[in-house]
Ligand binder design. Sequence first.
Ligand SMILES: CC(=O)SCCNC(=O)CCNC(=O)[C@H](O)C(C)(C)COP(=O)(O)OP(=O)(O)OC[C@H]1O[C@@H](n2cnc3c(N)ncnc32)[C@H](O)[C@@H]1OP(=O)(O)O
Ligand SMILES: CC(C)C(=O)C(=O)O
Length: 589
Amino acid sequence: MSQPTAQPVGRRTPLTTATHTQKPSGMPIHKYGAYEAVDLPDRTWPDRRITKAPRWLSTDLRDGNQALIDPMSPARKRAMFDLLVRMGYKEIEVGFPSSGETDFAFVRSIIEEGAIPEDVTISVLTQAREDLIERTVESLRGAHRATVHLYNATAPVFRRVVFRGSKDDIRQIAVDGTRLVMEYADKVLGDDTVFGYQYSPEIFTDTELDFALEVCEGVMDVWQPEEGREIILNLPATVERSTPSTHADRFEWMSRNLSRREFVCLSAHPHNDRGTAVAAAELAVMAGADRIEGCLFGQGERTGNVDLVTLGMNLFSQGVDPQIDFSQIDEIRRTSEYCNQMEVHPRHPYAGDLVYTAFSGSHQDAIKKGFDAMEADAAAAGRTVDEIEWAVPYLPIDPKDVGRSYEAVIRVNSQSGKGGIAYVLKNDHKLDLPRRMQIEFSRIIQAKTDAEGGEVTPADIWAVFQDEYLPNPDNPWGRIQLRSGQTITDKDGTDTLTVEAVVDGADTVLTGSGNGPISAFFDALNTVGVDVRLLDYQEHTMSEGASAQAASYIECAIDGKVLWGIGIDANTTRASLKAVISAVNRSAR
Ligand SMILES: CC(=O)SCCNC(=O)CCNC(=O)[C@H](O)C(C)(C)COP(=O)(O)OP(=O)(O)OC[C@H]1O[C@@H](n2cnc3c(N)ncnc32)[C@H](O)[C@@H]1OP(=O)(O)O
Ligand SMILES: CC(C)C(=O)C(=O)O
């Protein structure tokens, strides 16, 4: 029989792609074509950095609302509007007033009730149809600052299928619509309304670049932008169709080729069909966009509009002021959920229930070390933790900055390790367990999670910890309970300890001597047949002030077993005696 040849460690046949050849899926790929690239070899956007917030427009009340199963009631609309104002949005698209009485009445209500702050501009959307434009402008009577937003589709399939017209016909719809908006604004709105205009070539992402430019130029020829008379040209990714890099190329191309660029506010309106709307928006800003339209938490048609919360918080997490207040993210989320009647996903960036929570051991370990290092670094710099740069692994921002507590940062289940459990004890009970004690206790918790599954709450952890290490009058298990102890130190430094205790149910006085209270106590315990040897001892105060408690941790070998004990007391000697009893009682449990 031939002997198998021993392979040196690390020299076995590796798994390579050759052993995992992928096979054609059989999916109908012939139905789809590649998206056209932009010929822009001297593109500049990849080298740009975002150093300030773009202008934001919230379209929650329009694009968000039009996509809801149950569009917002007037009360829900008002709650959303007030939230957006409180957060600091200065441009808010409040509806499509010509769609019906609900939107029209809502626009009238916020104007007539004085709900729009002086520095907030409301915007309303309309198709390029005269009756709709008239009704739209009518809704704005008496507003301080208002923008009419006109759109028509310019993409080839719309030209052919929806409008059944030539490029010139489509361009003319935009030009005529712009003229009508201006005429009705002149007729209906007084001088007390600061009036603005926005045009969107719909499905910009599917429109030939030169044609999108041609239509925008035609619109500008009518509006005549100049100093003090900007035009907002909004280039919507109505359906997201390309990588964010190609989207950025298209923005850079438009930004370079538009005439009167200094009077144009170039705006992006990404949707999330490919799941990359946030990246598309950020790269569009790098490529020249001045403004982003989106919705809170990515509400909106199909996969949603770009998420304004993620965009704003991405800036914040890079030290750039988003100009929007996200400090109460849970209130923002609750209001948005109420208005949209849709839940925000627990993994939603910055706002989901679980996004500042680590269950897994190595994450928890790193987070605990990160918090400890922050405290040490702040103390070394003579500052508070809030005054130094945030650097906690796995937490891109300090949850406190969005109104979250640290309670949920670490949650314990079967995937957790000692770091997380130690974090809970330190955070909730001011107990900073020595490393080997963390290991010992985490095994006890792990046995529980393996047996029972699910999550172990901080309250469960504390109950197990107390039961394991801290016998007390309500739970007085163990051979020995301490009543009182007294040490006398003689002139050569020897401590003599007298302890009153209950041993095996009987009141007992134990005495012993040694070169400190702990060794004196070990000596005393020997008299009742307990053989203890000290391996490690640590202590710390748990709070400041006269009534401060101290925690003592002791690692001992007791009758051949190595165990930890803990004692908590205002008196450090008493804390250490309790720690010895905790370990001794555990050894006999
Ligand atoms: C990408 C976006 O999100 S765009 C915004 C979409 N949002 C909404 O549509 C919500 C509100 N809309 C509505 O309530 C309705 O569409 C209304 C009340 C405004 C209009 O309703 P209707 O009069 O029934 O027209 P409908 O919306 O079906 O539009 C169809 C007609 O308008 C034309 N049309 C569509 N969009 C536009 C436009 N932007 N400009 C000019 N004409 C347009 C179509 O070609 C079609 O014309 P046809 O009847 O001659 O074939
Ligand atoms: C009206 C436009 C801006 C729009 O909502 C879109 O194209 O998605």
